[in-house]
Design a protein around this ligand. Structure first.
Ligand SMILES: Cc1cc2nc3c(=O)[nH]c(=O)nc-3n(C[C@H](O)[C@H](O)[C@H](O)COP(=O)(O)OP(=O)(O)OC[C@H]3O[C@@H](n4cnc5c(N)ncnc54)[C@H](O)[C@@H]3O)c2cc1C
Ligand SMILES: *[C@@H]1O[C@H](CO)[C@@H](O)[C@H](O)[C@H]1NC(C)=O
Ligand SMILES: *[C@@H]1O[C@H](CO)[C@@H](O)[C@H](O)[C@H]1NC(C)=O
Ligand SMILES: *[C@@H]1O[C@H](CO)[C@@H](O)[C@H](O)[C@H]1NC(C)=O
Ligand SMILES: *[C@@H]1O[C@H](CO)[C@@H](O)[C@H](O)[C@H]1NC(C)=O
Ligand SMILES: *[C@@H]1O[C@H](CO)[C@@H](O)[C@H](O)[C@H]1NC(C)=O
Length: 237
């Protein structure tokens, strides 16, 4: 079980602490957990953070992969493609795809504390309004509509510099810092000009997180380091 990582958040005093164990036998036997989260990925870590905001609650996170602490390819967002097929990846291959002439495709997924947010490019993109509204229609549940989901996006992130061109009212006051990449590429102008001239369904949108997710502009990306979740949680006993 050497690939077992347990991630514990607990409190005996007023402040929360957490500890990472790499083998099962290191787990203290005298602790009871109020919540056990299987999978220390993107959602699992957020859930652990929210649950452990209550200092009376003990949370155990069980992650199949290792910790990504010191890998340069993890810390630099655009080095993420180098993580494909490494220990940070599950090394999945799809079944034969009928619509791809039965070819299989490589299907990367994060295999580490932080999950697929460790192997992704940190492009910050929300689901579009029509995506959420379609989900609400399919489920007959208006709670999934863009109108009802957007307030939660507001609690997720906030703008950081540089962010010229983004729509401030579309961003909130949450812990994830979002900015534009801060540099132009030769593709920006032709893509923006083309989007503006086509209009309609693929009209130019100045901020792809404001609801209408259409033309690709100099889209916002996370300006935080990839192991931010570790820094948030990792306080030694
Ligand atoms: C290559 C790539 C690039 C991407 N680029 C972007 C991007 O730029 N912007 C963006 O917004 N999104 C991007 N995504 C999508 C985004 O990263 C994922 O949608 C998101 O991280 C999924 O979160 P999750 O919590 O559902 O799953 P994950 O973050 O994958 O978490 C699942 C966790 O569960 C663990 N696990 C699985 N089975 C077990 C088990 N049996 N026991 C214990 N642990 C287990 C896994 O190891 C993993 O840590 C990208 C995804 C990939 C793969
Ligand atoms: C990532 O986390 C490790 C361990 O906590 C820390 O030493 C390192 O400085 C962090 N890297 C960044 C880029 O914050
Ligand atoms: C990934 O899977 C393939 C088979 O699908 C195998 O040949 C290869 O060794 C695996 N790579 C790793 C790093 O586990
Ligand atoms: C794909 O595989 C299925 C099942 O084996 C088969 O019925 C189908 O004809 C194949 N399609 C193509 C395009 O080869
Ligand atoms: C949604 O409602 C429609 C019409 O009342 C019904 O046909 C459909 O089965 C419902 N779908 C779900 C997922 O409940
Ligand atoms: C953008 O989304 C809003 C709803 O949030 C909608 O009213 C508007 O028509 C959309 N515009 C385009 C161009 O899709």
């Amino acid at each position: 079980m050497s690939c077992f990582f347990a991630f514990i958040l607990s409190t005996f005093s007023a402040t929360a602490y957490s500890k990472i164990y790499s083998v099962v036998s290191e787990l203290p036997e005298d602790v009871n957990y109020d919540f056990i989260i299987v999978g220390g990925g993107t959602a699992g870590c957020v859930l652990a953070n929210r649950l452990s905001a209550n200092p009376r609650v003990n949370v155990l996170v069980i992650e199949a992969g290792s910790t990504p602490d010191s890998a340069l390819n993890v810390e630099v967002p655009f080095f993420a493609p180098f993580l494909k097929g490494t220990t940070f990846d599950w090394n999945f291959t799809s079944v034969a795809q009928p619509s791809l002439n039965n070819r299989t495709v490589y299907y990367e997924r994060g295999h580490t504390l932080g999950g697929s947010s460790v192997v992704n490019l940190l492009a910050f993109n929300r689901g579009s309004n029509d995506f959420w509204d379609r989900w609400a229609t399919l489920t007959n549940d208006s709670q999934w509509s863009w109108e009802n989901i957007e307030p939660y996006y507001m609690r997720t992130s906030q703008l950081a510099d540089p962010h010229s061109g983004l729509i401030p009212s579309a961003h909130g006051d949450g812990p994830v810092l979002v900015s534009t990449p801060g540099f132009e590429t030769i593709l920006n102008e032709p893509v923006i000009d083309t989007a503006k001239s086509i209009g309609g369904r693929f009209s130019f949108q100045t901020d792809w997180n404001a609801g209408n997710f259409t033309a690709l502009v100099s889209g916002p990306t996370l300006c935080v380091f990839k192991n931010q979740s570790l820094i948030l949680y990792k306080v030694d006993r």
